[in-house]
Design a binder for this molecule. Structure first.
Ligand SMILES: Nc1ncnc2c1ncn2[C@@H]1O[C@H](COP(=O)(O)OP(=O)(O)OP(=O)(O)O)[C@@H](O)[C@H]1O
Ligand SMILES: [Mg+2]
Length: 251
C-alpha cells in the first residue's frame, strides 16, 4: 500500500506540492488527472527518488515504511517503478544490456542471485511478445531514435520485467497511436494483480476505457482536490478543470 501524507515539496524557492494526501491500496489502479503544471510529474519523481527536490514535509509510506530517506536504487529494490513522461535516451547502451543491468541491479538490491543469460532472455522474449516489440529494437541503443510509441512500449517492457509493487506511469498514453494504446493497455492489464498498485497519470479519459481505474483523483495546485470513481474522468472530459483550479479554496 502506498500512502502519501501531507507531502510538501519545493524546487528552489517555489512550492510545487502543497500538502498532498493520497492513498493507493494494494491492487488498486489510481488515475491522476489535472491541468498542466500542477505537479503530477513532480509527484512521480519524488516518489521514485529523483534528486533535486526539497521535501519540506510529509511522508511517502510504502507498506508503512517512509521511503523518502532512501536512494532511488533502494526504492526500486522495494518495488517502486516509474515510467517517465519523457523516456531517457542512453546512447551506446544496447536496450537488451540495459534491461539486464536494471533487472540484476534490482535483484542485487534485494539480495537475490543475478539471472543467467538464458533465463533473462526467456523472460525478455515472453514480455516482448506480449507487447509486440521486435528483437531488432532490443539490439539498438536504449530509446535512441525510437519513435514515441516505441519508447512507451519499452517502458512497459521494463515494468513487466521488474515486476514492481508500485508502478507509476506518467502519461504513458501520450504519443501512442490507437493500436499502441491498446497494446500498452493490454500489457498493463495483464500486469494487474491483487498486490500491485498503479498510479496512472493521464490527460485523457480515453486511456481509462482501456485501463479501467478503481479511483480517479484530480490534482490541482499541488494537491489532490477531488477523488472519485471512473465516472469522474468522464465528468472532467465534459467540464474541463474550471471547477477545480479556479479558486484557492478549491485547491
Ligand atoms: N527543475 C525545475 N525547475 C523549476 N521549475 C520546475 C522544475 N521542474 C518542474 N518545475 C515546475 O513545477 C511545476 C510542476 O511541473 P510538473 O512537471 O510536475 O507538472 P505536471 O502536472 O506533470 O504537468 P504536465 O501535465 O504538463 O505534464 C511546473 O510549473 C514546472 O515548471
Ligand atoms: Mg507531467
Amino acid at each position: 500500500m502506498l500512502e502519501i501524507k501531507n507531502l510538501t515539496v519545493s524546487i528552489g524557492d517555489r512550492k510545487i506540492l502543497d500538502g498532498l494526501n493520497l492513498t493507493v491500496q494494494d491492487g488498486e489502479v489510481a488515475a491522476i488527472m489535472g491541468p498542466n503544471g500542477t505537479g503530477k510529474s513532480t509527484l512521480s519523481y519524488v516518489i521514485a527518488g529523483k534528486p533535486g527536490y526539497t521535501v519540506e514535509g510529509g511522508e511517502v509510506l510504502l507498506d508503512g515504511e517512509n521511503i523518502l530517506g532512501l536512494g532511488p536504487d533502494e526504492r526500486a529494490g522495494k518495488g517502486v517503478f516509474l515510467a517517465f513522461q519523457y523516456p531517457v535516451e542512453i546512447p551506446g547502451v544496447a536496450t537488451m544490456t540495459f534491461l539486464k543491468a536494471a533487472l540484476n541491479a534490482q535483484r542485487r538490491q534485494r539480495g537475490e542471485e543475478e539471472l543467467t543469460t538464458p533465463v533473462f532472455m526467456k523472460k525478455v522474449r515472453e514480455a516482448s511478445k506480449l507487447l509486440d516489440i521486435k528483437d531488432e529494437i532490443l539490439r539498438r541503443a536504449l530509446n535512441v531514435g525510437f519513435s514515441g510509441g516505441e519508447k512507451k512500449r519499452m517502458d512497459i517492457l521494463q515494468m513487466a520485467l521488474l515486476e514492481p509493487n508500485t508502478a507509476i506511469l506518467d502519461e504513458t498514453d501520450s504519443g501512442l497511436d490507437i493500436d499502441a494504446i491498446r497494446i500498452v493497455s493490454e500489457g498493463v492489464n495483464k500486469l494487474r494483480t491483487a498486490k500491485r498498485s498503479f498510479l496512472l497519470i493521464t490527460h485523457y479519459q480515453r486511456l481509462l476505457d482501456y485501463i479501467v481505474p478503481d479511483t480517479v483523483h484530480v490534482m490541482a495546485r499541488g494537491k489532490i482536490v477531488r477523488t472519485g470513481g471512473k465516472d469522474l474522468a468522464l465528468e472532467l472530459e465534459k467540464n474541463g478543470y474550471r471547477d477545480f483550479a479556479a479558486t484557492p479554496e478549491a485547491a
